[in-house]
Design a protein around this ligand. Structure first.
Ligand SMILES: Nc1ncnc2c1ncn2[C@@H]1O[C@H](COP(=O)(O)OP(=O)(O)OP(=O)(O)O)[C@@H](O)[C@H]1O
Ligand SMILES: [Mg+2]
Length: 316
């Protein structure tokens, strides 16, 4: 079996996730490479570990760059800390005003509060950057590589967390608005209200795209080992709470060689887990990728991986 349906023109956002070290980055990059043969593709790394740079053997940073040796593939790192710092710098005065007008805190306490993070805001700012790219529409496909399991979930749960924060902030504001209206007879929405409204819109935009199966697909990557299977099971259960239901799964690092006794034993040991992946995730299309003799680094080995993920055919 190979990965299917990624060529559908409505499908814009493809997110790879899974346990640490199972091959998420390799599969995300090989998929981006494959899609770029026919679609203008942007590969987005949300992993602070710069792993896409390592995998491509090319420096990728916080600005979009063309991937060497390809004609339609670009890449960028979108890291939460960076995205949050940009947000805080841009909206420091609104956040300060929110606290000044809605709490009894003195200025020292407000300064302390401002150094604290709003729940979910760092991840949501990196997600917002991704959605902004999609809405700009310069590319046909946006492939996202995430850091290990917890990170993909943090990214995906960030809209809910931020939404809860916006509700509390709006309630605090409502009291302030009530007081202003009582004293002056009228109230005009200010920059704090506008910020809350914009954040709410961001939450909605992200939720809309995440829940739309035609626009967004999550591809879990797993390996034939007990812990990886359990963790993938928990990941799928958590994703379903956000109405994200994957269609296919990659089983990576499958031993194919029986050339030596070590290989034979590894292969035999994997058999029950490969079966378990088929049984436990029986609703998913399973794509097996063999364990390569060498690490996957640079275009040559990525093209080899691409063949296991998609076969020899061009995707169009
Ligand atoms: N099928 C494979 N055969 C051989 N090596 C592989 C295979 N898949 C991945 N690797 C290698 O395993 C290592 C981990 O792969 P990769 O970085 O893609 O995993 P990851 O899930 O993104 O890891 P992390 O959780 O740290 O982000 C890399 O050195 C990669 O080259
Ligand atoms: Mg990775």
């Amino acid at each position: 079996m190979t990965l299917t349906g990624l060529e559908n023109s409505d499908l814009k956002l493809i997110i790879f996730g899974g346990k640490g070290g199972v091959g998420k980055t390799s599969c995300a990059v090989a998929t981006a490479l494959a899609l770029s043969e026919n679609f203008k593709t942007l590969l987005i790394s949300t992993d602070p570990a710069h792993s896409v740079s390592d995998c491509l053997d090319q420096q990728i940073g916080y600005k979009v760059v063309k991937v060497d040796g390809t004609s339609n593939l670009s890449a960028i790192e979108v890291v939460a800390d960076e995205a949050l710092a940009t947000f805080k710098t841009a909206h420091q005065s609104e956040l300060k005003k929110l606290l000044e007008t809605s709490t009894n805190l003195d200025s020292d306490d407000i300064e302390d509060m401002l150094t604290l993070s709003i729940p979910g805001i760092d991840e949501i700012m990196s997600f917002k950057t991704i959605i902004d790219f999609i809405e700009e529409g310069q590319y046909d496909k946006y492939i996202v590589d995430t850091a290990p399991t917890g990170h993909a979930l943090r990214l995906i749960s960030s809209p809910k967390l931020l939404d809860a924060w916006i509700k509390v902030a709006s309630k605090m504001r409502w009291k302030y608005r009530y007081m202003v209206t009582s004293f002056s007879g009228s109230y005009e929405i200010d920059e704090v209200d506008k910020l809350l409204l914009n954040l709410k819109k961001t939450v909605k935009r992200i939720e809309n795209i995440l829940k739309d199966k035609t626009k967004c697909e999550f591809i879990p990557v797993c390996i034939p080992e007990s812990m990886a299977i359990s963790e993938t099971g928990r990941l799928l259960a958590d994703l379903s709470k956000f109405e994200i239901i994957p269609r296919q799964i990659i089983a990576n690092n499958v031993m194919s060689s029986e050339d030596c006794s070590f290989c034979k034993r590894r292969k035999a040991g994997q058999l029950k887990y490969i079966q378990e992946i088929s049984d436990v995730f029986n609703q998913l299309n399973k794509v097996e990728v063999p364990m390569f003799a060498e690490e996957i680094k640079g275009l040559q080995s990525l093209i080899q991986l691409r063949t296991y993920l998609f076969g020899d055919q061009l995707i169009n």
